[in-house]
Design a protein around this ligand. Sequence first.
Ligand SMILES: Cc1ncc(COP(=O)(O)O)c(C=O)c1O
Length: 397
Amino acid sequence: MEKAIQYELQLASRMSRLGTETAFEVLNKARALERQGRSIIHLEIGEPDFDTPSNVVEAGVSALRKGWTHYGPSAGLPELRHAIAEYVSRTRGVKVSSEEVVVVPGGKPIIFFTMLSLIDEGDEVIYPNPGFPIYESMIHYVGGRAVPIQLREENDFSLDVNELTSRITDRTRLIIVNSPQNPTGGVLPRRDIELIANAIGDRNIMVLSDEIYSRLLFDGGQHFSIMSVPGMQERTILLDGFSKTYAMTGWRMGYGVMRSDLATHMTRLMTNSNSCTASFTQVAGIEAIRGDQSSVDRMRDEFQRRRDVFVAGLNKIKGFSCRMPRGAFYVFPNITRTGWKSKPLADALLEQAGVAALSGTSFGEFGEGYLRFSVANSLENLNEALNRLDGWTRKNL
Ligand SMILES: Cc1ncc(COP(=O)(O)O)c(C=O)c1O
């Protein structure tokens, strides 16, 4: 009998620098517990629990029937790029043309493509911490130097502009801002955004402005983009998309808006990686942007209602204290007074209380002392989660 050869997997060294998004791992763990018959309330994953609005679904189905099932241009369908250019021009008060828009499968590729096209080995990238974990992962992956800037609870998780200024060096190539923010729900006030632009001054530094939650502001808050600050448009890559605004996470569609010469290079990255974003999805995207917007407002109002209930409930639980987030659909309570570290607490709550949340450290080192809960779940489930958390803390603290 011939002996089967065992081939050792020889990974490229860059793979050791790639991070991940823990939400998907916790989701898998929670699902495994459910398969064992356990009841779990899912507050770990960052996606709207609503269905995609029916006008958008119908536009997608109709596009499939009409044969929008082929390759399209790498940068996106001209009509969708045009609709996005109009939308961004109107909402950010700048003049954007179709050539400055690149449509991609989700918001994430814009983070990836920004790093690939702008960051050389050793270039410094300033990014928020705690923050969306893909920023740090991608900076490391392309060999950049990750320079975290701590978002502090006492500043309402805004960005300390003095600290930012002190981190800018001759090697700084990119600054990432994200408002409304994942995981804290913090919103950068207009004044802070202007101060950030001021701190950058006339340096040739690009800004990746992640505005994927731009339509999820509470209490009547108005979104403000750094792209709108005079002089910043040329140096801003705006990331936005359909996932959170229109409950379209599984459709995979997002976009970047940037100077047209950079858009050409990002389009080349699209050609090399995806060819194009799915064509029928893009036809539905035109309906999402141009059609009835009432479902967007309804979803936002519902998230606000849930946020109010959940934050009030958390503040009654021993060891938890929680600020009122002003955007996105996350709450980020401080749990230091439980005496537990974030990761073991998140694990214990999943295994013993049946509540799936994320450790603050899933969002970087400065997330220690916090947990992230998504309120994209029904009020009934959120109330049940509060009961379970309360029961667990009474028993264990
Ligand atoms: C801050 C932030 N940026 C980008 C994304 C990526 O969104 P998409 O699912 O459209 O790729 C997310 C998703 O969770 C996010 O929270």
